[in-house]
Design a protein around this ligand. Structure first.
Ligand code: NDP
Length: 257
């Protein structure tokens, strides 16, 4: 993949630590020659990211603070990015949040606030981010978000996040239509379960992993690198004819009954 992303400025949102899906994506993009710009919400995540970048000899990346719950914060983050690099060619949206209490038991018990919070951070944020990113994507490019099978099917305990991911996938299609004429593509990767900080919040996560080993056509889990490479593909010119798509990176699990 060397050179595939040479000269491309890509914003990566959502590295909390070395287990984050966004970190796997950052490594794939870096290996392909991209110039990376990161956004973090928590100071703690920023510190972890700085350490990771050092350990992996990735230097000169711009680190910007961004809370996707706040429109002003998103606006300020992309303005700051624009001041430093001028043009961006892609965005990785790898951000989600729901209350832990809403990620187990019966979906019917989801509170109004819990429902709105999951939608706000996990789905609406893509709309707000795309609106600001578009201003800097004057040469076209790609936006890729991360979704999960719980958007399409009932996955035990995924509950409120499944509904938020369904809205996220629909947003991918509507956004793709809006920004397509500007040469910007919007897609999603639907990854199989990966052990991360966020995944820990979903009850019964280990059961999900063992079902993949048992039932998925490839009979193995996926890892960060596989999600990273698929996201790289969607951001690159190789995927120039693809937009509004949800690409499953799940060892084929979604095709089995
Ligand atoms: P992580 O916990 O590593 O990453 C989640 C990220 O979301 C963190 O970096 C966190 O930032 C960020 N975030 C949460 N709230 C906000 C906010 N208000 N503003 C800005 N950033 C915020 O988990 P994953 O890597 O698992 O999650 C990344 C994406 O992948 C999510 O969309 C998730 O749903 C999706 N996904 C995960 C799967 C899995 O099995 N792990 C499977 C399929 C999809 P901070 O640390 O600064 O709070």
């Amino acid at each position: 993949m060397n050179g595939l992303m040479d000269g491309k400025n890509i914003v990566v949102m959502g590295v909390a630590n070395n287990r984050s899906i966004a970190w796997g994506i950052a490594k794939s993009l870096h290996n392909a020659g991209a110039n990376l710009i990161f956004t973090n919400r928590q100071e703690r995540s920023k510190k972890k990211l700085e350490k990771l970048l050092n350990e992996n000899d990735i230097h000169d990346s711009l680190l910007v603070s961004c809370d996707v719950a706040d429109d002003e914060s998103i606006k300020a983050a992309f303005e700051e990015i624009g001041e430093h690099v001028g043009v961006i060619h892609g965005v990785v949206h790898s951000v989600a949040f729901a209350d832990r209490d809403d990620l187990n038991g019966d979906f019917i018990n989801t509170s109004r606030n819990g429902y709105l919070l999951a939608q706000d951070i996990s789905s609406y944020s893509l709309v707000a981010v795309t609106r600001e990113a578009r201003k800097l994507m004057t040469e076209g490019g790609g936006i890729v978000t991360q979704t999960y099978l719980g958007a399409e099917r009932v996955v035990k305990n995924y509950n409120v996040m499944g509904v938020a991911k369904a809205a996220l996938e629909a947003s991918v299609r509507y956004l793709a239509e809006d920004v397509g004429p500007a040469g910007i593509r919007v897609n999603a990767v639907s990854a199989g379960p990966v052990r991360t900080l966020s995944a820990k919040g979903v009850s019964g996560f280990n059961d999900k992993l063992s079902v993949i080993e048992e039932k998925a056509p490839l009979r193995r889990h996926i890892d960060h690198d596989q999600v990273g490479d698929a996201t790289l593909f969607l951001l690159s010119e190789m995927a120039r004819g693809i937009t509004g798509e949800v690409l499953h990176v799940d060892s084929g699990f979604h095709i089995v009954a």
